[in-house]
Design a protein around this ligand. Sequence first.
Ligand SMILES: [Fe+2]
Ligand SMILES: [Fe+2]
Length: 353
Amino acid sequence: MSTPSLGFDTEMTGTQRVNASEKRLINAHQVDVNQLMPLKYHWAWEHYLNGCANHWMPTEVPMTKDIETWRSDKLTEDERKVIMRNLGFFSTAESLVGNNLVLAIFKHVTNAEARQYLLRQAFEEAIHSHTFLYVVESLGLNEGEVFNMYHEVPAITKKDEFEMNLTREVLDPDFKTDSYEGIQTFLKNLIGYYIIMEGIFFYTGFVMVLSFHRRNLMTGIGEQFQYILRDETVHLNFGIDLINGIKEENPDVWTEEFQQSIIDLIHEAVELEIAYAADCLPNGILGLNRDLFRDYVHHIADRRLERIGLPKQFNQSNNPFPWMSETMDLAKEKNFFETRVTEYQSSSGLNWD
Ligand SMILES: [Fe+2]
Ligand SMILES: [Fe+2]
């Protein structure tokens, strides 16, 4: 049996070269997880390169206009609430994702190229947490209010508790992925974080904050959210590949009963998200209200279900925020920090003597 934290079998190490075909996403006992090459899961490496190509820092985004807007009377109380609630939700959610990644997921993924991506993602989650500190400091917000919403605002508490329950099971020191139940519990954690947290819970927040950006309000936060959305798109895509890869390697665990338990989990999450949107928008604001978010959450939940091979549940074909896909396409094409990228490229020829 391998040592899970290192993921290699001491008897094998040093005696045999890694054969890529023996690599496994979980429960790899035949190969040394410390050998990156030869690659087997090229998608993991591609996601890693995409993440690196998207590097950004929150402090590179000027906040002057946001500070002016926040101090002016341009925003209504309802609009301020939308911004504050999302800062509160994301500030803790980023930590939950980062901790789950490092403490629960990393240990049980026994593949070097997938771990390489996880290390990159963990750093990106740190950048995202940094963003919320930077926004709170720039706007002079009450940090206690923002960073305590997860236990003071019930709509946020419920979403976070839902996620923390999924982490708790995997954090149990006796937890292992070498049984059907173990693999199912691990898949539930991956689906809970990649599909539900990063793929559903984050998206209403993206719509809310980016809708201000579209109105030319709070554009600094808007730009930061565009970068976060771009990163999270890669996180979601990596998660889908990881989940589908584990399913392929362990087809026996994907039973009808287990599929139904995942569908139930997504139904539960969708209700929590609709309640969250209602809490953020008690009276609605320009272009946003609770009913539109119900449709939107149903729409994206079906898309996520399909990506992991599960049937649609909500049949909401209409996306009430079609501009979100434009924003995502723009983010992909936009040449971020062009000058700095050039500097990086020219420094690649540095001499180290
Ligand atoms: Fe994040
Ligand atoms: Fe993420």
